[in-house]
Design a protein around this ligand. Structure first.
Ligand code: CAO
Length: 655
């Protein structure tokens, strides 16, 4: 492995550009040409691809940094083979610093054809008298290294460079350590070379020029501004494609301005894209956009006509004919530029022009078939990042799945619109736990499928509470708690037995009722993870103490997240009690395919007319929601009256 430093390539004239996106992280393996980061000038975004395959050792820049040509951006661990084959192209469009030249040797004259010999590796001419700091030792004593393998890595304020061996051998001794400063001619290591090795090159005549790795880019250069119209002249001028930096036939991917728009110099007219960069072709002067001569998908090259604009000068000179040769003449021949003063700079981009994304994101969008205009960008100034696309696709898939579920249930309702709440203030996204998602899906399914009706009534539980309080001590002795819940369970079991239509389900095809001959009742339990409904079996066959124990045990298991799936299945009816929390009443949602549910609110002492006077009675507000496909209002009236009568006279529980 050798360390290579990737530098910022030729920026086509731009001085400093901003790093707006990092596409890789330390530890990532990158392939040749894979994008490392995205740079942005005021005119273009540009991917910087890797010119080596290897592993990212270190990123030397972060988002927001300003870089210019030659700035180091990343260090790569490159396998020797990869480094050897990944020399820059014959005519790299980049310039970069030269990594330390090849290592030389003291044993220049010695012939090592057959015998083993020790040779000292020295620092070659570094091109500077400044000492260079060693930041890394690339080899250890005992390592067999080949010609070209790095021995140490040194660093200047501009670049990190590797000092490679100009001959192979075994490292016998390292003469330097991290932090040492070295200059040309310093001894850095002793190698044992074996027979057959080539004679090393003499000092100061390096044999290997290990060039710094630089990123190559075909990003078009920013557009040179053609000459504007002379003062006082109304001119219709053609807008030409500026020097694209060698990239021929670049594709028009967006029309960024509307016909008739008053453009200020620099406002984008088109967006073009190469495989490496996306660039706006700006208006070269202030004026009105008369015509766009290309469409999305067209290929354009330097000098092609892309639009016509009208500029308005301040003076009173007659208009120059449209598309005259003078209008197309480049700057040097044109009259002295003077910006018209009367033209307002205002761009009304068409929808496609709103898209702000780099080439990597655009390529990914094409691959995924995503319309970028629908994606919210989370990057600087709303730029669309790759992760925005991934999130968009995830949401789209989730929506499609829930739409399928809704369609499958026959509802076909429109979905609630997706709102960007961050527009209105600070927000935080809290991912739904599985249990929340399940509850949401179950509730929605029930709400959409079951025609709900809810009835309300109050049960006089004065005597029930007297009885319960009288049993509290005994409950303590048994190590139990006796709340109103076991009484409610028992009363519901009686009411279900007496009103069998409440102990039914309807088959999915709507053809049959399923009459259950058992009475299993679910108990809605509020837990930190969400709502769960454990089921107590054969409630009709159990006494109050046993029901109290089972309810407490299942509620505790639910809160600890220890319920098994089996413990939450098989319910015929559900009790949802908010009695310990408060409220006068609520409309619970039927836990389908059950057909009814009891809602319990907080008991309250109320004045009750007994025929001759008002007496204080403890009243328990109850509600029953039911599936009107299975149960009629009169059925519920009977069920409810029965339930209330049992709760109001606990002796009836014994019947
Ligand atoms: N009125 C007044 N007090 C009540 C009451 C009521 N209706 N129901 C219970 N209480 C009292 C209890 O008696 C107990 O007080 P004491 O210890 O003095 O007797 C206290 O409130 C706490 O009761 P609890 O909540 O611990 O026990 P519970 O058996 O009544 O309820 C359970 C158990 C699991 C149902 C409950 O803890 C729970 O999770 N409720 C929330 C269910 C829910 O979220 N439903 C909504 C679902 S959406 O449709």
């Amino acid at each position: 492995m050798t360390a290579e430093t990737i530098l910022v390539p030729d920026l086509g004239g731009a001085e400093t550009v901003e790093v707006i996106e990092l596409c890789v992280a330390p530890g990532d393996r990158v392939e040749l040409e894979q994008s490392l980061l995205v740079l942005e000038s005021d005119k273009a975004t540009m991917d910087v691809p890797s010119t080596r395959a290897g592993i990212i050792k270190q990123l030397l820049v972060k988002v927001g940094d300003k870089v210019s040509e030659g700035s180091p951006i990343a260090e790569l661990d490159v396998e020797a083979d990869s480094a050897a084959t990944a020399e820059p192209a014959a005519e790299p469009a980049v310039k970069g610093e030269t990594v330390a030249q090849a290592v030389s040797t003291e044993a220049a004259a010695s012939n090592v054809q057959s015998a083993q010999s020790e040779q000292t590796v020295r620092v070659p001419d570094t091109g500077t008298e400044e000492p260079l700091e060693i930041i890394e030792l690339s080899v250890a004593v005992g390592d067999e290294i080949a010609e070209g393998d790095g021995i140490v890595v040194v660093e200047t304020d501009k670049a990190t460079m590797e000092v490679p061996a100009s001959f192979g051998g075994q490292v016998k001794e390292l003469l330097v350590k991290v932090g040492d400063k070295i200059t040309s001619g310093d001894a850095i290591a002793v190698l044992v070379t074996s027979g057959g090795a080539e004679s090393p090159a003499p000092v100061n005549e390096p044999t290997t020029a290990a060039e710094t790795v630089v990123a190559e880019s075909s990003a078009p250069a920013p557009a040179p501004a053609p000459a504007p119209a002379p003062t006082g002249v109304v001119v219709e001028q053609d807008v030409l494609v500026p020097d694209t930096g060698g990239a021929d036939a670049v594709e028009v991917i967006e029309i960024a301005a509307e016909l008739g728009a008053q453009l200020a110099e620099g406002n984008g007219i088109l967006v073009v894209e190469t495989d490496k960069a996306t660039m706006e072709l700006p208006a070269p002067f202030d004026g009105e956009l008369l015509e766009v001569l290309v469409k999305v998908g067209d290929k354009v090259s330097t000098g092609d006509r892309i639009a016509r604009m009208k500029t308005t000068g301040a003076g009173e000179v007659e208009a120059v004919p449209a598309a005259s040769s003078a209008a197309q003449t480049p700057a040097p021949q044109a009259p002295e530029p003077q910006a018209p003063t009367s033209v307002e700079s205002k761009v009304e981009p068409v929808s496609a022009g709103d898209v702000y994304a780099g080439p990597a994101s655009r390529a990914l969008a094409r691959e995924l078939g995503v319309d970028l205009r629908k994606v919210n960008g989370s990057g600087p100034r709303g730029r669309i990042l790759k992760e925005d696309l991934h999130n968009y696709v995830k949401q789209a898939v989730a929506k499609a799945e829930s739409a399928t579920a809704v369609a499958a249930s026959g509802a076909g309702i429109p979905s609630i619109p997706d709102v960007d709440f961050s527009k209105f203030g600070e927000i935080e996204l809290i991912p739904l736990q599985k249990i929340h998602k399940l509850t949401a899906a179950n509730m929605q399914r029930s709400w959409l499928n079951v025609p709900h009706v809810t009835q309300f009534d109050d049960a006089d539980i004065t005597e029930l509470e007297d009885f319960r309080n009288s049993l509290k001590k005994e409950a303590e002795k048994r190590g139990s708690r006796l709340t109103p819940m076991p009484f409610l369970l028992k009363a519901c079991a009686h009411a279900l037995a007496a009103n069998p239509e409440f102990n039914r389900s309807i088959t999915a095809d709507g053809e049959n009722f399923v009459q259950k001959k058992y009475i299993h009742i679910g108990l809605a339990v509020d837990t930190p993870r969400g709502l769960v409904v454990p089921v107590i079996r054969n409630v009709d066959q159990k006494g109050l103490w046993q029901l109290a124990e089972e309810a407490n045990e299942l509620a505790a298991k639910a809160r600890d997240g220890k319920l098994t799936a089996a413990e939450m299945q098989g319910g015929c009816f559900t009790i949802s009690s908010l009695g310990a929390i408060g409220g006068n009443g609520f409309t619970p949602i039927v836990n389908a395919p059950e057909v009814a549910i009891l809602g319990v609110s907080k008991s309250q002492m109320k004045p009750l007319w007994n025929g001759s006077e008002f007496v204080p009675r403890l009243m328990l507000p109850l509600s029953v929601s039911y599936d009107h496909r299975v149960i009629n209002g009169a059925d519920c009236g009977r069920f409810f009256t029965f339930l209330v009568s049992v709760l109001s006279d606990v002796r009836r529980l014994a019947l």
